[in-house]
Design a binder for this molecule. Structure first.
Ligand code: TXA
Ligand code: MG
Length: 321
């Protein structure tokens, strides 16, 4: 049985106690629900991979209540400090070299010499992280290959019975995962577009390399993932539904559209709705989900990245994510 914990002091205390006892607890962040484990406990971390059915080579993000706690575990550069000051708490993950003293289990970082760290902008998540007092490793709380959960009900759909508890802190306001930026190399490199827009990072960093560019070798294991896939095939850049298809609009819904990511064309609203609407349309009475074009700027980069992965996940041959 998976406990459903209320978003109050008792719920947070129970969640923290379970985590410290080596159990798995899903909790909401501003981006998506994370499947949390005590990052310093290799058995708890192993249980995360088991519950998700995720290949072990995929490293996890460690979550901290503040930058001071995060930077105690990684080697910090000037750039990292500036980015943390600008975007933490918030949907930005920084990949930095591990300190020799870093207590995070090697398995959490998939044996890499770097560690992905982040401070989520979510009051309940921060209360939980403070109560635990240890880094919490948390991938998105879905079975591998499924879309990320943005409500406690989504988490229970995929992981109910496989984890100790879900802390129900309500729907996730951002709706797509954090932006992952690799600062361990000579130049900053974007490994995953996400909740912090590339334009906002560029305002501080200047030009940013894009990981996983066509032909280039991926720097982040995450670039290999065929994540976020609904069961139905996805057809992108659609302008109308073909027979049998469910049309997912962006902007005002044309006749025949079932849902719109954002009727007013707001990218933030679209990101927040993305995973829940893909789930809602992923039904056997449709043959495919046709998605209208989403502009490629701001949060549109993250939305289109998730849509392309979801579409590619069905082409076959991609490694499981
Ligand atoms: O918004 C989020 O980031 C959510 C919430 C729960 O915080 N978490 C999340 O975790 O999306 P996950 O495990 O689904 O995605 C982590 C991404 C993967 O693409 C992984 O490969 C990459 O971060 N990553 C983690 N550690 C890394 C490292 N040391 N070097 C390169 N990439 C890393
Ligand atoms: Mg994920």
């Amino acid at each position: 049985m998976t406990e459903l914990l209320a978003d109050d002091e008792a719920g947070v205390a129970r969640a923290a106690a379970l985590l410290l006892a080596g159990e798995l607890v899903a909790f909401g962040t501003e981006t998506v629900f994370g499947l949390g484990a005590d990052a310093t406990d290799p058995r708890a971390v192993a249980a995360v991979f088991e519950a998700k059915g995720r290949p072990h080579f995929n490293p996890l993000i460690c979550h901290y209540p503040d930058a001071t706690a995060a930077f105690a575990d990684v080697e910090v550069s000037d750039v990292a400090r500036r980015l943390a000051a600008a975007f933490w708490p918030g949907p930005l993950t920084l990949v930095l070299p591990r300190r020799i003293t870093c207590p995070v289990a090697l398995l959490a970082g998939a044996g890499l010499e770097t560690l992905a760290v982040r401070v989520p902008a979510h009051a309940t998540a921060l209360a939980l992280l403070r109560a635990v007092g240890r880094p919490v490793a948390a991938p998105s709380a879905n079975r591998s290959g499924q879309v990320s959960p943005t409500t406690a009900a989504h988490v229970l759909d995929g992981l109910g019975g496989r984890i100790a508890a879900v802390l129900d802190s309500g729907p996730c306001p951002v709706g797509v995962e954090s932006t992952v930026l690799d600062l361990a190399g000579e130049r900053p490199c974007l490994l995953r577009p996400g909740g912090v827009a590339l334009e906002d990072l560029s305002a501080i960093l200047g030009v940013i390399d894009r990981g996983g560019a066509p032909g280039g070798s991926p720097r982040g294991p995450g670039m290999l993932e065929s994540h976020y896939a609904p069961t139905l095939p996805l057809r992108l850049d659609a302008h109308a539904a073909r027979p049998g298809e469910a049309l997912l609009a962006f902007g005002p819904a044309p006749p025949g559209a079932i849902l719109s990511l954002s009727p007013s064309g707001d990218l933030g609203e679209a990101a927040a709705n993305l995973f829940a609407m893909l789930r809602a349309l992923d039904r056997p009475d449709f043959t495919a989900i046709a998605v209208m074009p989403v502009p490629e700027h701001g949060l549109g980069l993250a939305i289109n990245d998730r849509l392309r992965r979801a579409a590619a996940g069905l082409a076959g041959g991609s490694p499981p994510g």
